[in-house]
Structures are given as C-alpha cells and as structure tokens.
Design a protein. Structure first.
Length: 235
C-alpha cells in the first residue's frame, strides 16, 4: 500500500506518518495542494489522503484538478467537521470517502485498505490466485493451503503483485512500493526478491511460471502462465 498524504499541518502529518509506518506502508508527504497535485500526477499511489484545509487552494479544487489530469487514485478527505453539504460537494468533486480528522486510527486504516481493494477490483480482504491465497488484513500468504514464511519486504512485494493480479508491475513501481523513494537499492534487488518468492512457491507445490518475469517491463502474478507466444520467461 503506497500512500500520498497531502497535509499542511506538521503535527498531523507526523501522526499520520507514524500510523502508516506501523503498517509498513511507504508514503510521500506534500505540504500544499500544488505539490500534492504534482506528486499524484507523476507517481503511482494506492490512496491519496487529503486534508480538507490547504494553504494554497481549496481541497475541492485540488480533487477536480486531479481528476481532470487523469489521476484515478482513490482520494480520502480528512475533514474537521461532519457537515453534510461539504461531504456531498467532496463526493461530487471526485472524492471516494470523507472522514473526520479525529477518526479512530484503526477505522482509518480499515477504510484505506477497503477502498484500495475495491479500486483494484477486490471486494474481500482475501485475494485468491489459483492455489495462492493472500489475506491483506492478516498480511499472510498461503499456497496449496500451506503458509508461506515471508520477510516483510517479500510480503509487501507479493501483496503488490496479488492486488494487481495479472497486471505487469515495473521494477520502478516495486522499488517505490518497497522503499518509498528513499535510499532505493539497485533494481537487481527486485530480481533477488522474485527468485526467493519463486523458490518458496515451488517448495509449496506452486508452478514457478505463476510468478512471471516480463522482460523489459516487470513482473506479474497470475493463476496460470501466459501462452508460450508471450515474450516471458522465469528470471
């Protein structure tokens, strides 16, 4: 889960950072609407967490600009009050949810996870891909009914591929997801993680071809390997 937080208040930003760090979710922080718009347009995120009060433009205007720029990332607005008219205007502008700033931290995390899952076409917290089962809430992976013992980084990568089931995920996206754009290692580390995951899947009785390397593009996880005509092979 990669989060963009647009929050001008340092204390609130720090609290959100600590909350997301506890979940192991990488994030970026923008202190104003202009910077938030640029980050949302240039990079890929699972959720935008937007404060309703910004120093440079209205949150509604920012949401509209994001949607006009083609940013489809789900947006959750953190509001200081529960005014119905303001909530309706936020939804009309393109927000996916509006919650109070004083929302229980556990509820906020649950809302973020649920909205992100639905955005990727998953109604449940459990994603099944053939013999593989990924429980996002519990952060566990099973293969053929057997638990896979994964490191934190291995699980984060596996969850990313599972949520985007069948889609090709680039090395750059994976590195950003794992390291949040900070102190990123060489791209070769992604191949190392993929090899480890493939080995663990094979040991659990899952065909190695389920975790695909798409040369020049990235990696994908799917229930069955693609046709032989596709230019893919194991790393």
């Amino acid at each position: 889960m990669r989060i963009l937080i647009i929050q001008p208040k340092p204390r609130a930003a720090r609290q959100l950072t600590e909350l997301m760090a506890g979940e192991g979710w990488p994030l970026r922080i923008a202190e104003n609407g202009a910077d938030g718009l640029q980050l949302a347009h240039l990079d890929e995120y699972d959720i935008v967490l937007l404060d309703a009060e910004l120093p440079d433009l209205s949150s509604l205007d920012l949401i509209r600009r994001m949607r006009s720029a083609g940013v489809a990332t789900p947006i959750i607005v953190l509001s200081g009050d529960n005014d119905v008219d303001r909530r309706i205007r936020a939804f009309a502008a393109g927000a996916d949810d509006v919650v109070l700033r004083l929302v229980d931290p556990g509820e906020l995390l649950a809302r973020i996870a649920a909205i992100s899952r639905r955005a990727h076409g998953h109604a449940s917290s459990v994603i099944n891909i053939g013999a593989i089962s990924v429980d996002i809430d519990r952060q566990t992976v099973e293969a053929n009914g057997r638990p896979l013992r994964l490191t934190g980084k291995e699980y984060a990568l596996f969850e990313l591929l599972a949520v985007r089931n069948g889609a090709v995920v680039s090395c750059g996206t994976i590195l950003d997801h794992l390291y949040g754009g900070l102190d990123e290692p060489d791209t070769d580390v992604v191949s190392v993680f993929i090899c480890r995951l493939r080995r663990k899947l094979t040991q659990a009785g899952v065909p190695a071809g389920v975790l695909q390397t798409v040369w020049g593009r990235g990696f994908s996880l799917r229930a069955s390997p693609p046709p032989a005509s596709r230019l893919t092979r194991a790393a």
